[in-house]
Design a protein around this ligand. Structure first.
Ligand code: UD1
Ligand code: UDP
Length: 365
């Protein structure tokens, strides 16, 4: 009998991760997948565009929880998902990544004794002030199938006493989506639309609360951008949280005065992949973008003190530069001068992670 699976997503980085898994499940007689979108992200540019581009069907259920404090958002997802899980009694709840929707779905499933699969398990930044770190630790502690993207995940879970038989090193589903859609992304005309040429710009995305909800840190980042844009254009597709905080802290004038910094709305996946692939380098605090730039071998300066994705530093094209403008500027100049490390693509980041996940679930469920 085919297994009923509830695939739960909520925020932008979830969509790239679920797409290859949901597609394979839809094409298999062994699974009856249902897709639930919590509505944590709801702007068309943060949600619908990804469903369209990644070929995801309309969600079977849309919970419309929207924005709010951590407790509010998590609780709203839990209340709405509990009804669905009680009605549908799925054989498995599958969650991806580390957002509030991931944790909320996992808690509900665990209390209803429904097995949980966590995609991208085991990542740890070691920084418990990050909401995502709490979501990761708690989700992994109650998951039944922990699918790992890089070796550090296996070590972290071992240290936390998670039994080895629950842990599966399968590679990176985010890279599955990248491999699958790279050709389509390469056909994007975003460079022409923005009037930039190959390697003639850097690409920035910033949205972590530690960076943008704190005026001193946001100021440091803007100071670094101010200096860098004197040497190379910066394309900055701005996350809604960051746009809001720039206005709240009265930094809009500063941003407007940077003539070589182009602030744009968040872009769709194909445009963003094209922008990454053709950039001189990327400035980011995103989790997923550290991985995508590693796969694309594009220099990435990560504006954080730590990363839950150490393989991108150890063998990939990523470097942690923290929040110190002098270091950010200095490393940007190194790259512009043509100096950067040689990098490699991590093990099993080969476009086939979802197939390995499906194989394991087929055997074990
Ligand atoms: C969330 C995730 C973070 C992830 C990021 C990806 C948590 C705790 N955080 O952070 O791990 O890296 O998504 O982008 O789950 N907003 C809009 N439109 C939207 C969505 C959000 O305007 O469609 C604005 C709202 O003002 C909202 C703010 O952005 O309050 C933050 O949204 P939220 O989902 O709470 O957190 P993110 O910063 O997006
Ligand atoms: N991304 C996108 N458009 C943008 C910014 C990011 O399509 O304007 C994609 C990016 O390629 C990656 C994902 O969104 O696949 C990363 O999401 P985000 O940085 O919001 O979350 P994080 O990975 O930090 O949790």
């Amino acid at each position: 009998m085919s297994k009923r699976i509830l695939n739960v997503v909520g925020a932008r980085p979830n969509f790239m991760k679920i797409a290859p898994i949901h597609r394979l499940m839809l094409n298999s007689e062994k699974f009856q997948p249902r897709l639930v979108h919590t509505g944590q992200h709801y702007d068309a540019a943060m949600s619908k565009v990804f469903f369209d581009e990644l070929g995801l069907p309309e969600p079977d259920a849309y919970l419309g929880v929207g924005s709010g404090s951590h407790a509010y958002q998590t609780a709203e997802v839990m209340k709405a998902l509990e009804k669905i899980m009680l009605e549908e009694r799925p054989d498995l709840v599958l969650v991806v990544g580390d957002v509030n929707s991931t944790l909320a779905a996992s808690i509900v499933a665990a209390k209803l004794c429904i097995p949980i699969a966590h995609i991208e398990a085991g990542l740890r930044s070691g920084d418990r002030t990050m909401p995502e770190e709490i979501n990761r630790i708690l989700t992994d502690s109650i998951a039944d199938f922990l699918f790992i993207t890089e070796k550090s995940g296996v070590e972290n879970l071992k240290r936390e006493g998670i039994p080895g038989e629950k842990v599966f090193m399968v590679g990176n589903v985010m890279i599955d989506s990248l491999v699958m859609h790279l050709k389509k992304a390469q056909a994007s005309i975003i460079l022409e639309q923005l009037g930039v040429g190959e390697r003639g710009y850097s690409l920035a995305t910033i949205h972590r609360p530690a960076n943008v909800d704190n005026p001193e840190n946001l100021q440091k980042i803007l100071t670094a951008f101010h200096e860098i844009q004197k040497s190379i254009k910066i394309i900055f597709p701005i996350h809604p949280r960051t746009r809001k905080m720039i206005q709240t802290f009265g930094f809009q004038n500063q941003v407007d005065q940077m003539q070589n910094l182009k602030l744009i709305d968040p872009v769709g996946y194909f445009d963003f992949v094209k922008l990454m692939e053709k950039s001189r380098f990327v400035l980011t605090d995103s989790g997923g973008i550290q991985e995508e730039t590693t796969f694309l071998k594009i220099p990435c300066l990560t504006l954080r003190e730590n990363t839950e994705r150490p393989v991108t530093i150890e063998i990939g094209s990523n470097m942690l530069v923290g929040m110190n403008p002098a270091i950010i500027i200095q490393q940007g100049q190194q790259i512009i001068a043509g100096k950067w490390k040689n990098s490699q693509i991590p093990e099993l980041w080969d476009g086939h992670a979802a197939e390995r996940i499906i194989q394991i679930l087929t055997e074990k469920l």
